[in-house]
Design a protein around this ligand. Structure first.
Ligand code: NAP
Length: 324
């Protein structure tokens, strides 16, 4: 089978389409023929190797990760004899590691679910990573409630586009921060108000929010806390020393909280249950999938080049298998 192999850290000439043996499944596993995956911001960071905290996970001197990719869609082509939840031909979407492969063996209790019936493989591949990050931040960490005033920074990105829609689903009033170019997009996802970060600093206007979710980690708690209500929660998925310190301090000494979740490290059973919830919301047309561009497998370098710039709209898909 084909895989996209990461040879070393860097921005050029470090991805290679290689051949590997197709995995042999165990009795409690399914084999999925991958049709589509994505290049996420996390893949871009892991490939470049520029960020200190990321290197703590991926390897200080050289990358321990040989295959990138955190989400995929595909078709079940083999079923282990003890598997009861999936059958041959099921169309599935998955949150996992090493997704840039032609076939993947997955335990039936991994973060895998039947795809929403109203999505293509291209769209379904672009759901798990963003949605399964936005959901635990808003629902579990911030305990979002009906009527909350929520500001989403980076609202046009992958996590941001799901965060806007999930916040609306939970009954919040949503202010979306993006460049002006993306205001129509974020309004189409349900945003009530928009701010252009290029001309307005949301920490400087007089508004205050129950939740500030900086999905792209461009702000800081110290600046944003003035814009939080008394029991406000500041969410940031991009870890750094200052955020760690603010989390510790606010957990003891403040009604306002700075919060981070390593969403990839949640239990598979929780992720599988959340994929089911997201599938239902998509089938009820409460969540849309935003696709920026789709690339062929052999153009994976171009896909990374686009994502590396930090301005993708929603998600960037790569076709792995059949024609989509
Ligand atoms: N904690 C966790 O477990 C976890 C899990 C997954 C991801 N993450 C992290 O979450 C971050 C975001 O991921 P993502 O996939 O959502 O990113 P993304 O899709 O690449 O974000 C792109 C968006 O960011 C917007 N943007 C760029 N600069 C901005 C600024 N200064 N202010 C406001 N918006 C700006 C862009 O909008 P414009 O084009 O309008 O500028 C673009 O639409 C990444 O750093 C990733 O590592 C953390």
């Amino acid at each position: 089978m084909k895989i996209i192999e990461l040879l070393h850290y860097g921005s050029k000439n470090n991805l290679k389409i290689s051949e590997r043996k197709t995995p042999v499944i165990k009795n409690d596993e399914i084999l999925v023929k991958v049709h589509a995956s994505t290049v996420t911001r996390v893949d871009s960071i892991f490939r470049l190797g520029h960020e200190f905290f990321a290197r703590m996970y991926t390897g200080i001197f050289k990358s321990k990760i040989k295959i990138l990719g955190t989400e995929l869609s595909g078709e079940v082509v083999q079923v282990g004899k003890n598997v009861s939840n999936f059958k041959l031909g099921d169309k599935v979407f998955v949150a996992c590691e090493a997704a840039h492969v032609e076939f993947i063996a997955l335990n039936e209790h991994a973060a895998v679910q039947i795809m929403p019936h109203n999505l293509s493989y291209t769209e379904a591949a672009a759901v798990p990573a963003g949605a399964l990050t936005a959901l635990p931040f808003l629902r579990d960490a911030a305990k979002i409630a009906n009527g909350d005033k929520v500001l989403i920074n980076g609202a046009s990105g992958s996590i941001g586009s799901y965060a806007v829609q999930l916040a609306k689903h939970y009954g919040a009033e949503v202010t979306a921060v993006s460049s002006k170019e993306n205001h129509d997009l974020v309004k189409s996802l349900g945003a009530d108000f928009v701010i252009d970060y290029k001309t307005d600093d949301f920490t400087q206007n007089k508004n205050s929010y129950d939740i500030i979710f900086d999905t792209v980690g461009k702000s800081s708690y110290s600046k944003a806390q003035k814009s939080l209500k008394k029991n406000g929660r500041y969410l940031n998925p991009v870890i750094n020393f200052a955020l760690l310190f603010q989390m510790l301090v606010t957990s003891f000494f403040s009604k306002k909280k700075a919060l981070f979740v390593a969403t990839g490290m949640r239990k598979d059973s929780d992720k599988q249950a959340d994929l089911k919830l997201i599938k239902e919301l998509i089938e009820e047309n409460k969540i849309k999938v935003v696709i920026d561009k789709t690339f062929e497998l052999h153009d994976v370098e171009l896909a990374y080049k686009h994502v590396d710039q930090g301005h993708k709209k929603g998600n960037v898909v790569i076709k792995i298998g059949y024609n989509l």
